[in-house]
Design a protein around this ligand. Sequence first.
Ligand SMILES: N[C@@H](CCC(=O)N[C@@H](CS)C(=O)NCC(=O)O)C(=O)O
Length: 237
Amino acid sequence: MPYELYYWPSIQGRGEFIRLALEEAGAKYTDVARSSSGMPKMMRLMQDRGSTTPPYAPPFLKSGKLIIAQTANILLYLGPRLDLAPKVEGGRLWAHQLQLTIADFVKEAHDTHHPVSSGLYFEQQKKEAKQAAALFLKDRAPKYFGYFEHLLSRKGARYLIGARITYPDLSLFQIVAGMNYAFPNAMKKLMRTHPNVVALAGRVADRPRIKSYLASERRISFNEDGIFRHYPELDPT
Ligand SMILES: N[C@@H](CCC(=O)N[C@@H](CS)C(=O)NCC(=O)O)C(=O)O
């Protein structure tokens, strides 16, 4: 049975971390909300008061009878099934730990354009967004990238967890791609000091299935509705 991914149909957002894992593995899946009757189906599942495990928000995955939400939790489930996670428990927890750190980064990146509230428009919090973005780019993003750079500079670290690709590598690629889109000026400087992160992102982008996915229509373009948004005023030269 193909996996059913439920996510907003017009953005990469958090759904993209799941799409990348499914694509890298060549798994059979449907991106349900992107089909004609998909959105009502997604909303029905979220509002189903009879469900024992109702998701609070997309992305969520339907696998047989299971409905699993929370990006890192979905990847914890998919990782071993897609052969994108270590075999031993310690390794699986390490992959999950990395993914949760990436989730923290994603939240902070999102909050650069919505520092006051997700319930307000960017235009209503532009002043605060400028301050939040400047601090994120000065302190927080370098701290996260420095952490990943350290992991990738260890002996034998072709990928985050040694010689083989695992799902956090795909997610690290995605945050590099997102940051390049949102903050091209800041990233020019940031990437100069994080060569191993740049190399990892390139290695992921060159993987045959990822390469063909990125060139396909299945890959939604970055836009100003997603997590990584390009607002020039937040990325001064
Ligand atoms: N921690 C959750 C966050 C899920 C989330 O915030 N989803 C967004 C789209 S990326 C959403 O639809 N949120 C609706 C809301 O928070 O009301 C995850 O990592 O999956």
